[in-house]
Write a protein that binds this ligand. Structure first.
Ligand SMILES: *Cc1c(COP(=O)(O)O)cnc(C)c1O
Length: 410
């Protein structure tokens, strides 16, 4: 016999999945509705409406794709990329490589631009490359959770619009935790994440796209149905969206007024997302971003007070992920497993060139709170001392408390 599930209540300070809002977990227990039930249609419409507010746009096409965030990225890319389309991907961390990997599978002619991890691009560098390459699509990550850096997007978006290039942004890590202005930054399609700053379990990917993307999708569909000229079999094959589940033109019919059957909506996940968005809007976007900044400040002060160094250029720091350089002579994985075993706290390591070099601490959504920050700092200090790191004792929590008392006195 297998025992009933009884998981440990962890303190999760990773860049996702983070602790789910208790209200979200309760919403997931709501009884199932049929997907064409008018009550369910209302829930779908309300979720789209709330998503538009969180993405700060007025796009009709703003809805979740079922699957994890990667599903949202793939849905957008497979629906707009046609074989041999030029796609420019500036890479400054692991998730840039994911966009390249997906674009290549749909036979794009991918051009990459790379910068050292821990930095972002000067927008001028990207703009120069855009003018040289003249791609159909520019795809970039907004918040790189792998390095803890955040790329400014506004200038790049403006140039893309001027040159009639589609601008696609992976905002998985940033939506709901820091500003993402889809309309103002001239983003044509953006992908968000649920299990990061929205504090909803993983399993859906909110996306949004504008009429420029819609026009392309409708054109491809016309060709596919043989309604456009020339409509030879080869051209139909060439222009057809090469994925059924992620075909955004079909998903538009499913989420739009026609409600054409596509897949069976992930009912409980939609309940969860709706509740997560309701919490975000109740708190207010500005207040929510300010809260994330405050806890980030407390965390940074605490980390520095114990003599640890932050990794990456502070000018482009992602507010919701803090990367810490693992000190010389300390086994980063041993520290992580001790934090988990003795304190029930989870933090993250990193990938590729940063493997073994940094820890990553997330302060996202419901995980981003005073109790968690203080608990982590106290535990980290204790573990490092046990690992014989030469650090000043008893300073970290005090430094964070100073930040909190200043913030609370305002
Ligand atoms: C987490 C993350 C993803 C992937 O999300 P999954 O839900 O694991 O598919 C993509 N991009 C960024 C920037 C992320 O932080």
């Amino acid at each position: 016999m297998y025992k009933e599930l009884n998981t440990t209540l962890r303190t999760i300070m990773t860049p996702g999945p983070v602790e789910a809002e208790p209200r979200v977990l309760r919403a997931m227990c709501t009884p199932i509705l049929g997907q064409f039930d008018p009550e369910f249609t209302d829930i779908m419409n309300e979720t789209m409406d709330m998503l538009r507010q969180v993405f700060r746009n007025s796009n009709q096409w703003t809805f979740p794709v079922d699957g994890t965030s990667r599903a949202g990225i793939e849905a957008v890319l497979c629906s707009i990329i046609e074989p041999e389309d030029k796609v420019l991907v500036p890479i400054y961390g692991r998730f840039g490589h994911l966009m390249v990997e997906i674009a290549e599978r749909y036979e794009a002619d991918v051009v990459t631009l790379e910068t050292e991890w821990g930095n972002v691009f000067d927008p001028e560098t990207v703009i120069r490359e855009i003018k040289k390459v003249r791609p159909k699509i520019v795809a970039i990550v907004h918040g790189e959770t792998s390095t803890g850096c955040m790329q400014p997007l506004k200038e790049i978006g403006e140039v893309c619009r001027e040159l009639d290039i589609l601008f696609v942004v992976d905002a998985v890590a940033t939506v709901g935790g820091t500003e993402v202005k889809v309309d103002e930054w001239k983003i044509d399609a953006a992908i968000g994440g649920t299990q990061k700053c929205l504090s909803v379990p993983s399993g859906m990917a909110p996306i949004t796209f504008n009429d420029r993307v819609e026009a392309l999708l409708r054109e491809r569909k016309r060709v596919e149905r043989g309604l456009a000229d020339p409509s030879t079999y080869q051209i139909k094959q060439l222009r057809m969206i090469r994925n059924n589940y992620f075909d955004l033109s079909q998903l538009m019919d499913y989420w739009g007024p026609t409600r054409l059957n596509h897949h069976t909506e992930a009912t409980s996940m939609l309940y969860a997302l709706r509740e997560g968005l309701r919490i975000v809007l109740e708190e207010g976007l500005e207040a929510r971003f300010a809260r994330h900044k405050m806890h980030e400040a407390a965390l940074i002060q605490g980390i520095q007070a114990m003599g640890l160094k932050l990794y990456g250029d502070p000018k482009c720091k992602l507010p919701v992920v803090t990367a810490i350089t693992i000190p010389e002579g300390i086994d980063g994985e041993a520290v992580r497993s001790t934090l988990l075993r003795d304190f029930e706290i989870e933090i993250a390591s990193s990938f590729g060139p940063l493997k073994g070099k940094i820890w990553r601490v997330g302060t996202m959504g419901y995980s981003c709170r005073k109790k968690n920050v203080l608990h982590f700092l106290g535990a980290m200090e204790a573990v490092l001392i046990r690992c014989h790191a030469k650090i000043p004792a008893g300073m970290a929590v005090q430094a964070a408390l100073d930040v909190y008392s200043k913030a609370e006195s305002i």
